[in-house]
Design a protein around this ligand. Structure first.
Ligand SMILES: *Cc1c(COP(=O)(O)O)cnc(C)c1O
Length: 442
């Protein structure tokens, strides 16, 4: 076998074919749809957005869909929608993107983080339950990196304790858990539709719910021109349609127009990605030390494989770290692999110490009884803290084309077979959130 490219040998792939990864896939209908919005000057209305919502709600199997200008604000509206407010706690897995829960602080609530399951990287139900206090109002469940969270366990715990459930579906639009679509389990779901996600329409977000009151509150929070649709004259008499919180969350209609077209092809696209990723894994399943993360239950899937990760066992490669292994893979392929995942959020002082609004004490504690410390409530989160050194990200193949995927399979075999050659250049500094600390310092 030839020498590793990382050590000066010939790479497996000399000319990377970017078309294998290009995203989103744009068709003529999308081009026309967005041009029409521009030509008619209809960028800031709600008519196209409402059409997109109706079709999205039907696809999702939910009564209401409410479009937003991004996923962050859709999630914030979901938290407001369920009534999260001053002195409340919301429990969220520590390993997710910050927008899953940071908006809770603006509502006067605090975030308590729980640990992940080290195999699936999803919320650990026992760790969630252990952090419930009399102040806990809700749980934010993230279907992390396209993998469904264990909804049976999470829903049972939430119902037992009378908690509201919000799903963050930003990584898994169109995915399923035991045959049921993600985003249909909790009281409300919200998700990003930004251009890097599986459902990519530009900046955009969607909130879906069957609950009329959550829908109404989400409108009152940030959709001033639609308050009239869901509140009576008597209800609006005093407030005169001014959105509570002074926010404007509506979606750009270019995004909505693109979204209507994306909806028509989304299921087919994620099915193709699924075939491509499974073909890749079939080719490397015999490599000891690398383990695909895929749901075990029948009817569950990893739709879209957004930011997918797999488990890396350094011990199987003589102690070569995931960072070094990743660099060797990318040297062979010209890129596509990544190491680590999100930084555990409980390592950020924003959730515990920062006085965001000038209350004279940490924002997270402004409405909590004296002596209650959200950081202490999080406790130890060992799996969240270890995860960044244990995972790698696969190349995100968009086309199930064996001839173009085979070289990536070959590259994995090549690096795996000679991994110990990398020991002299092994990067052993800790990894936090997909960044090796040694690299950040440079
Ligand atoms: C991207 C993302 C968001 C935020 O969505 P935006 O559209 O970027 O505002 C929220 N949660 C998760 C898990 C995400 O990955």
């Amino acid at each position: 076998m030839s020498k590793l490219a990382r050590l000066g040998g010939e790479p497996v792939i000399k000319n990377t074919d970017e078309s294998l990864f290009h995203w989103p896939i744009v068709n003529d209908a999308m081009r026309k749809a967005q041009a029409d919005v521009l030509e008619t000057g209809n960028m800031s209305g709600t008519d196209i957005a409402r059409r997109f919502e109706a079709e999205f709600a039907a696809w999702q199997g939910r009564k209401h869909a409410l479009s937003h200008n991004n996923g962050t604000n859709a999630l914030n509206a979901a938290m407001y929608g369920i009534g999260l407010g001053p002195g409340d706690e919301i429990i969220c897995t520590s390993v997710t993107y910050w927008a899953s829960c940071t908006g809770a602080l603006s509502l006067g609530a605090s975030v308590v983080f729980c640990d992940i399951d080290p195999e699936s990287l999803q919320m650990d139900p026992a760790s969630f339950e252990a952090r419930i206090t009399p102040r806990t109002k809700a749980v934010m469940v993230v279907h992390y990196m396209a993998h469904p969270a264990p909804m049976d366990e999470i829903m049972a715990i939430a119902r037992k304790h009378g908690l509201k459930v919000i799903e963050d579906v930003s990584h898994a639009q169109g995915g399923h858990y035991k045959g049921r679509m993600l985003g249909t389990f909790g009281d409300v779901a919200a998700m990003s539709l930004m251009s890097c996600k599986s459902f990519a329409i530009g900046e955009g977000g969607m909130l879906v719910t069957d609950d009329d009151e959550i829908f109404r509150r989400a409108i009152r929070f940030g959709h001033y021109d639609r308050i009239i649709d869901v509140y009576s004259d008597a209800e609006m008499e005093a407030t005169k349609n001014i959105p509570f919180g002074g926010l404007k969350n509506r979606m750009h209609q270019t995004s909505a127009a693109i979204g209507i077209e994306q909806l028509k092809k989304h299921d087919a696209e994620i099915a193709e990605i699924d075939r491509a990723m499974k073909y890749f894994w079939k080719g490397i399943e015999d490599v000891k030390g690398l383990k695909m993360i895929y749901p075990k239950d029948s009817g569950s899937d990893k739709a879209g494989w957004y930011a997918s990760r797999f488990l890396y066992d350094a011990a199987a490669f003589g102690g070569v770290t995931n960072v070094t292994f990743c660099e060797a893979l990318n040297a062979e392929t010209g890129g596509g692999f990544s190491f680590g995942c999100n930084m555990p959020l409980h390592l950020s002082s924003v959730f515990f110490d920062v006085d965001v609004y000038g209350h004279g004490k940490p924002t997270a504690r402004v409405f909590l009884p004296d002596g209650v410390d959200p950081r202490a409530e999080c406790g130890e989160l060992p799996h969240a803290e270890a995860v960044n050194g244990r995972v790698l990200g696969e190349p995100w193949f968009k086309h199930a084309d064996p001839a173009r995927i085979d070289p990536y399979i070959e590259a994995v075999h090549k690096v795996a077979a000679q991994a110990t050659e990398l020991l002299p250049i092994n990067d052993t500094t800790p990894v936090i959130g997909g960044v090796a600390l040694s690299k950040r310092k440079k």
